[in-house]
Design a protein around this ligand. Structure first.
Ligand code: ADP
Ligand code: ADP
Length: 219
């Protein structure tokens, strides 16, 4: 469960997120929908503990946080697909994260297989990866710690059609396992076959928080 309450985040004179309140429940795939610049990434980084709120609070699984990073075993995330040391292989990247988070080394091969980067692909330098492969590696990073809460920032970007179908199935399975799954997108069409709940924001403020069916039925 994620509880965002009156969250405000400012960057100098820019207010990226303003008095944002919503709840993300376990057992669902919740879409986090809003146009570019709406404040989705900022909110996700705050939930993850990478960025401190200017006001309000964020609680994940009952635990509030100050300005500390959450461990990969509590919250996993796909953030910016570009945010990986390109000189390393996917396997080496994950091994470093596993070590830092006290996750068994064997988990690296498991998640690489799960995202379709088993074998040679996982041993190649990330610098040579396509965007789709980077997305898969980011998803592997999110899964690494087997966390109850997972955040995915624009995960469908760069995936081929087959990859999109695969990742939707993955999200549904994670939700069916009782996890909390929050997936951001700037496209309603992407969410239609991905999420069952929606949190919609615009200009840093809440527009709607309801089931996708109810939102889609608005006229
Ligand atoms: P989204 O993910 O919905 O595209 P962001 O959260 O990235 O939106 O951005 C929301 C707003 O906050 C934008 O106006 C963006 O320019 C601004 N912003 C985000 N991060 C920073 C930062 N580190 N410094 C200054 N402004 C930022
Ligand atoms: P460092 O502190 O040396 O930057 P970390 O091992 O803490 O390295 O983080 C490495 C990478 O993992 C960074 O790109 C960071 O943004 C990302 N990261 C940190 N915590 C998480 C998390 N809970 N889920 C997903 N990615 C994370």
């Amino acid at each position: 469960m994620i509880e965002v309450k009156d969250l405000t985040k400012r960057f100098g004179a820019t207010t990226a997120v303003k008095d944002l309140t919503f709840t993300v429940r376990p057992g669902h795939v919740t879409g986090f929908l809003g146009p570019n610049g709406a404040g989705k990434s900022t909110t996700l980084r705050t939930i993850l503990g990478l960025s401190a709120p200017s006001g309000g609070s964020v609680t994940v699984a009952g635990r509030a946080f100050g300005d500390r990073r959450r461990g990969l075993r509590h919250v996993g995330a796909l953030l910016d697909a570009g945010d990986v040391h390109g000189g390393r292989s996917a396997a080496a990247h994950l091994a470093v994260l596993a070590r830092g988070n006290r996750i068994p080394r064997g988990r690296v091969d498991e998640v690489l297989a799960e995202v379709g980067l088993a074998g040679a692909a996982g041993r190649r330098r990330v610098a040579g990866f396509s965007l789709g492969m980077r997305q898969r590696l980011g998803i592997a990073t999110a899964l690494l710690g087997d966390p109850p809460v997972l955040l995915f920032d624009e995960p469908l970007n760069g995936l081929d059609p087959e990859g999109v179908l695969w990742v939707r199935g993955l999200f549904r399975r994670l939700a069916a396992e009782g996890r909390t799954v929050l997936v951001s997108s700037h496209l309603m069409s992407e969410m239609e076959h991905t999420a069952d709940e929606l949190v919609v924001i615009g200009r840093g403020e809440l527009v709607a928080a309801e089931s996708l069916a109810r939102f889609a039925a608005r006229g």
